[in-house]
Design a protein. Structure first.
Length: 127
């Protein structure tokens, strides 16, 4: 009789664990497809709008630097670097959309916060 109760208890535990594993798979699949979709969209958008980093950085540096010549020169130089970085990160995100990581640039799209200097983090798995 003791073996019978142990067997029933063991089967009950297996049934409870299997439903939990199934629920975890649904959540994981949902997160995976959400992140993959966001990486595709942001990759295409950042390749298409990467050039907007140039006027954005000229504007940012004109507000920071009182000397106009220095501000425009610094804005153009940083704008070229950020243009290449945003376009390259768009290509990277598009090429690696199948990895469940977050997109590379922050802010995600150029138009989200035009007053913030962009930053780039490759292969972030956490927010």
């Amino acid at each position: 009789m003791g073996t019978r109760i142990k067997s029933i208890l063991l089967l009950t535990v297996f049934f409870l664990m299997s439903s939990q594993a199934y629920a975890d798979e649904d959540i994981t699949a949902e997160i995976y497809f959400t992140r993959a979709g966001m990486k595709i969209v942001s990759g295409v958008a950042n390749v298409a709008t990467g050039w907007m980093e140039l006027p954005k950085n000229i504007s940012l540096w004109s507000k920071r630097e009182p000397n106009e010549f220095v501000a425009i020169t610094e804005g153009v130089l940083r704008g070229v670097v950020h243009t290449a970085s945003r376009t390259g990160s768009g290509v990277l995100d598009f090429a690696t959309f199948w990895l469940p990581t977050f997109p590379t640039p922050t802010p995600l799209f150029i138009w989200e916060d035009f007053s913030q200097e962009s930053k780039y983090y490759a292969f972030r798995t956490g927010a």
